[in-house]
Design a protein around this ligand. Structure first.
Ligand code: MCU
Length: 416
């Protein structure tokens, strides 16, 4: 039992072709299918009980299924990832709908997207800036709101107005509002983070349809955002397996932080955002999460497993040690737990967590994190294997007696 003690455990030749419209069928993965990115081929997956009785004060064991059986192979890890996604959607994030029909057109720098299902449709557009010249196709980074990290030459920036898909003004005014809810109904279970991840999925659908016009490579797409939009970028990387590089910046609680560690910090007097507070502030989560904010030990996951959903795809988590609210120990410990999944998959070179200070919130500290970020973008979007080290787990902060292993009292198997 965790106590209040501090001991713990150039663009393509499209000048003459300005518009193109293409449509896909409704076929596509469902929310419960395995992300399929852990490797290892098909396996018979244990079934996930429809109701669970969980009481775990440490970070949940990534390598044990909800039915108690063990993850002993890469194929079983694929099953476990699918289960973890299902559980996140059931208890915290709300349901990610299956792919709708999508059509898209590209004109100037505007990619226009229409999604249709159940006799309804919605349309939204994103702006593709800085499309590189040269043969391509070229990678791109989807930025929630705006890019608050430097995006190097050779990588386009896709501006995504996520608030248009799901509002995030306040807890009282924004529930069920935005284009996602126009399509699926205002009482759909999805919180804003899930609705935005759905939007990212549609952007990638549209990029797949218009590659001949955009010259953007849909298999080399990164996603970023800061703070609340950093939570969004993280969840997009977790729920959308076509994201090649996930770059959450200062996402804090509800992103790279773990509910259990934040609670422990709060009990120890830190001014850290925790689960009971976060649902009073905004609609980032499903209302189903309300049942757990005062019982986080009852959750069959914590956010180390959000990183586990991204694994082994590349993930670089940027945090700001100057902001107590984000949860210094919470994000460091949580991502330390997530890193163990990368370790099990033999993919430590695709995991980065970097917590530094000296910068204001969402103002990227280039002097400290610039080379780390360019290593991740260089290696995983620009295919430059000499871009630098992408195995990073560091904090500038003195975290006192924080003990990662006491939060992760489970064995890390070799699944690769
Ligand atoms: C770190 O992200 C959020 C935080 O969760 C909120 O409590 C605070 O109000 O806003 C932060 C943010 O999005 O700042 C731009």
């Amino acid at each position: 039992i965790r106590t209040t003690s501090t001991t713990q455990p150039a663009p393509p030749p499209i000048t003459t072709l300005t518009t193109s419209t293409v449509t896909t069928s409704t076929a596509g993965p469902t929310s419960t299918s395995s992300p399929g990115n852990g490797g290892g081929g098909p396996a018979t997956c244990p079934s996930t009980p429809s109701s669970l009785s969980v009481s775990v004060s440490t970070l949940n064991d990534p390598f044990t299924f909800a039915d108690g059986s063990k993850v002993t192979s890469a194929a079983l890890w694929d099953c476990r990832q699918s289960e973890i996604s299902t559980l996140f959607q059931r208890y915290e994030l709300g349901t990610l709908p299956p792919k709708p029909s999508v059509s898209a057109s590209f004109s100037g720098s505007t990619l226009s997207i229409t999604a249709s299902t159940g006799g309804k449709s919605i349309s939204f557009s994103v702006t593709i800036n800085n499309r590189p010249s040269g043969p391509g196709p070229h990678p791109a980074i989807i930025a929630y709101g705006m890019a608050s990290i430097p995006v190097p030459a050779g990588v386009a920036t896709i501006l995504f107005n996520n608030d248009d898909i799901a509002a995030q003004q306040s807890a009282s005014a924004s529930r069920g509002r935005g284009k996602f809810f126009d399509l699926y109904g205002s009482s759909h279970s999805a919180g804003a983070l899930t609705a935005w991840a759905w939007g990212v999925g549609r952007i990638i659908d549209a990029l797949e349809l218009t590659q001949a016009q955009t010259n953007i490579d849909p298999t080399r797409i990164g996603v970023t955002g800061c703070s609340r939009n950093g939570k969004g970028a993280f969840v997009a990387g977790a729920l959308e397996p076509r994201i090649a590089l996930t770059l959450p910046q200062e996402s804090g609680a509800g992103g790279s932080g773990c509910w259990r560690i934040a609670r422990w910090q709060k009990q120890n007097g830190n001014n850290v955002q925790d689960a009971p507070q976060i649902i009073t502030e905004n609609v980032w989560f499903s209302t189903s999460f309300n049942n757990y904010v005062n019982n986080v030990n009852g959750l069959p996951f914590d956010h180390h497993l959000l990183a586990g959903l991204v694994a082994p795809r590349p993930l670089y988590v940027m945090e700001n040690s100057d902001m107590e609210w984000l949860g210094r120990q919470s994000t460091y410990g949580c991502m330390g737990g997530g890193r163990k999944v990368y370790q099990a998959l033999g993919a430590l070179d695709k995991f980065g967590y970097s917590q530094v200070g000296g910068n204001s919130h969402c103002s990227f500290p280039s002097a400290k994190q610039g080379s780390e970020l360019s290593a991740f973008i260089g290696k995983f979007l620009l295919k430059n294997n000499n871009a630098g080290s992408t195995s990073i787990y560091r904090t500038e902060q003195n975290l006192g007696s924080f003990n990662l292993d006491s939060w992760c009292p489970w064995t890390v198997p070799t699944l690769a």
